[in-house]
Design a protein around this ligand. Structure first.
Ligand code: PLP
Length: 384
């Protein structure tokens, strides 16, 4: 059955070019990069090349890139390191961070650590000068994502990083959703750590990277054989790292496609609003990721809607991937003050370079009967 995949903020299709460069490292090129013999040297060179490709996409230096098992580990490693260097320090974070950050901040708070939360407005935005009032001298780390995974809202990271740097405070930017979709030049943004993940940009799952600015004292989260210059032990995931490198190189060449994605997204959104004018658009429509569309249908349960869409071959997400399957409202939409009448009906359509007009046509064709069916159900007694 042909299907329409519109959950690219959850994960993306592996680019065929990425698969191609990975295959040898899943086959005959199986050397351990620490080996001094030919197979080891080849693997080491491949990892070094990937490090240059990742650094190239970010305007970073290769020695500032630490390969990890993904976005979650990158976030954890940065927070761990910052707190090791300053155990009594305060954590400052937005209320809309991904759970990979949020759980660490909540755990710090539970243990009696100092925490300041940064609020967002109804569109999920933050004023950097207001936020900076919370950057107190006892801060170990400020954590602000580049773009929100649920709504796509982009934060003013450059300004926030400047304000943090002026105060000599480290800033972690979870850029898992932004890398490959918006151009990031770390020569221009004085942040300390940046997290990214392979599977969000058509690379493989289970691999990511943490950018660590030169001269930052770093306490490793994983200790052992001393790989990654002592910053992340464990034999390198060579095929994954090679794939991540290629995905970054491809993303660099594909930025021009982002305008097309934004147009597709806008057409989808306009179409949905025509079908259901009482729908809310969640996020900053002026400044968000090009392919992300988060809409909240009135008096509809998103899991029921997604189930019906799935039956006709359309796959989309409800809130974040990690919280889907639970019936709790998204913490992001709660922080934005989305009303109860709509919050349970939030659906995220997220597009990638592999989507086209026919996918948008399909959603706009299939949605009316699905909404009709759900509204009939609601009239027969479902409460919100
Ligand atoms: N941070 C953000 C903003 C994300 O969207 C995700 C994945 O959904 C992660 C972190 C976790 O990344 P990974 O799946 O590579 O662990």
């Amino acid at each position: 059955m042909k299907y329409v995949y519109l959950d690219n903020n959850a994960t993306t299709q592996l680019a065929p070019e990425v698969l191609e460069v990975m295959l040898p490292y899943l086959g005959e090129e199986y050397g351990n990069p620490s080996g001094r013999y030919a197979l080891g040297v080849q693997a080491r060179r491949a990892v070094a090349h990937a490090r240059e490709q990742v650094a190239g996409l970010l305007g970073a230096e290769p020695d500032e890139i630490v390969f990890t098992s993904g976005g979650t580990e990158s976030d954890n490693a940065a927070i761990y390191s910052a707190l090791q260097n300053r155990p009594q320090g305060r954590l400052v974070a937005t209320r809309v961070e991904h759970s990979a950050v949020l759980s660490n901040v909540l755990e710090h708070e539970r243990r009696g650590g100092a925490v300041s939360w940064l609020e967002v407005d109804g569109a999920g935005r933050m004023n950097p000068d207001d936020a900076a009032r919370e950057f107190s001298p006892d801060t170990a780390l400020i954590s602000i994502m580049y773009a929100n995974n649920e709504t796509g809202t982009i934060f003013p990271i450059r300004r926030l990083a400047e304000l943090a740097a002026e105060r000599g405070i480290h800033l972690l930017c979870d850029a898992v959703q932004a890398v490959g979709k918006v151009a990031i030049d770390l020569k221009e943004i004085p942040l300390t750590y940046l997290a990214l993940s392979g599977h969000k940009l058509h690379g493989p799952k289970g691999v990511g990277a943490l950018y660590v600015r030169r001269k930052t004292p770093f306490a490793p989260f994983l200790m052992g054989g001393g790989q990654e210059n002592g910053r992340r032990s464990g034999t390198e995931n060579v095929p994954g790292i090679v794939g991540l490198g290629k995905a970054c190189e491809l993303a660099h060449l594909q930025f021009h496609d982002m305008d097309r994605l934004a147009r597709l997204r806008d057409r989808l959104e306009r179409g949905i609003l025509e079908l259901a004018p009482d729908t809310l658009i969640n996020g900053d429509v002026e400044n968000r990721l090009p392919g992300t569309c988060n809409v909240a249908f009135r008096q509809i349960k998103s899991d029921e809607l997604l189930l019906l869409l799935n039956r006709v071959g359309i796959m989309a997400g409800a809130g974040s991937a990690c919280s889907s399957g639970s019936h709790e409202a998204s913490h992001v939409l709660r922080a934005m003050g989305v009303p109860d009448s709509h919050i349970y009906g939030a659906v995220r359509f997220s597009l990638s370079r592999y989507n086209d007009e026919s996918d948008v046509d399909c959603v706009l064709r299939e949605l009316p009967p699905v909404l009709k069916q759900l509204r009939r159900g609601a009239q027969s007694g479902v409460s919100f």
